[in-house]
Design a protein around this ligand. Structure first.
Ligand code: TXA
Ligand code: MG
Length: 330
């Protein structure tokens, strides 16, 4: 395994490794991705092998700029065009009709492909130097928490990837928002780093899939998708401070949104440890720290994690979504 800093020389090396069919872990503003040439089915197969990922799960194709979009999709619906122009580069994946040249392994045989242009300059440089589009899921073993530092990737997939580029900790920290643009009223497949409010301002109404549809339309909706090893118990806002200390098992930790909540929990409860997502209660910072906190708690060996929902707006929706899924592993 090669863990490299983000010098221009290394980014060029990463680009040519991808062009040669290798798999490279790359930093993006959301989470680290495990990238391969999106037009090379064999290279993409290595990603599935490295992640132990079921092949029915489609990957996101990353482009260096919106102008490369046409190499990947055969049609950009008008509402998608509006979003691309206003919100790319950024944490927004748009599902659109795919071009023939995108192999089935990328899209799990679907006729559509999810595309995004990341805003992280290191990701964009690597894609640009590769001269292709880069298929990349999050760089975690299937079912575990997405990595937000190069170290997370090195620890879990280090011996299975050809190269890891360290671009520092991810600023957004939760995966991109995924929207299916093939319907007149676009469908939210995954809330994420791009607030739904910003999308609605630009294109109006969004639809939310039926429960069953969720699983089939976007396997990222698998509930187990972002789970730590510990059991995570998720409570409504404000409920944790009222919990009966006698009901809390041994080796339990809590995740507090901010310092004032942590202090409340310290007084009212008996957790072995209280992790704070954002000392001053900033929702962006909380999102950026969420996965790292779950990992730290796992590494510390806690068997139960207590958390509560945050206000369900903006990035709070993505945080609640990931907490919910972490609480529903199985
Ligand atoms: O922020 C992100 O999106 C990160 C970084 C690396 O870009 N990537 C990521 O990829 O989270 P992944 O593979 O872990 O999640 C991709 C999600 C999955 O829920 C997948 O089912 C959905 O996007 N997806 C991809 N293509 C799709 C398609 N054609 N139709 C429906 N859902 C699709
Ligand atoms: Mg993932």
């Amino acid at each position: 395994m090669l863990l490299l800093d983000s010098s221009d020389q290394n980014l060029r090396a990463a680009g040519s490794a991808i062009a040669q069919g290798k798999i490279v872990a790359i930093p993006t503003e959301t989470v680290y991705g495990l990238g391969a040439d999106a037009f090379n089915a064999q290279a993409v197969a290595k990603i599935f092998a490295a992640k132990n990922r079921p092949t029915f799960d489609p990957l996101i194709v990353h482009v260096a700029s919106a102008s490369a979009l046409d190499t990947v999709v055969r049609l950009v619906p008008p509402k998608a065009r509006i979003l691309v122009e206003a919100l790319w580069p950024g944490p927004l994946t748009l599902v659109m009709p795919k071009r023939e040249a995108i192999p089935d392994i990328v899209t799990a045989g679907l006729d559509t492909v999810g595309v995004r242009c990341p805003s992280h300059p290191v990701a964009r440089k690597i894609i640009e130097y590769s001269g292709t589009a880069v298929a990349a899921p999050s760089a975690n073993p299937f079912g575990y928490i997405s990595p937000t530092t190069a170290m997370h990737v090195a620890k879990q997939l280090g011996d299975r990837v050809d190269m890891i580029i360290d671009g520092g900790p991810c600023a957004v920290g939760v995966e991109s928002t995924v929207i299916d643009m093939t319907h007149e009223i676009p469908i939210v497949l995954r809330p994420g780093g791009m607030p739904l409010e910003r999308i609605q301002e630009l294109i109006g109404e969004l639809a939310f899939p039926e429960k069953e549809l969720k699983v089939f339309a976007s396997p990222g909706q698998l509930k187990s998708h972002y789970a730590p090893h510990a059991d995570l118990l998720l409570f409504e806002e404000g409920a944790l401070a009222r919990i009966d200390p006698a009901s809390v098992p041994a080796h339990a930790a809590a995740i507090a949104f901010d310092t004032s909540m942590a202090e409340q929990l310290r007084e009212a409860t008996c957790f072995d440890m209280i992790y704070v997502l954002s000392p001053k209660g900033n929702i962006l910072e909380a999102a950026a720290n969420l996965f790292a906190v779950m990992r730290t708690a796992d590494e510390a060996g806690f068997s139960t994690l207590y958390a509560e929902r945050v206000p369900d707006a903006g990035l709070g929706r993505a945080i609640n979504d990931r907490l919910y899924r972490a609480s529903k592993k199985s």
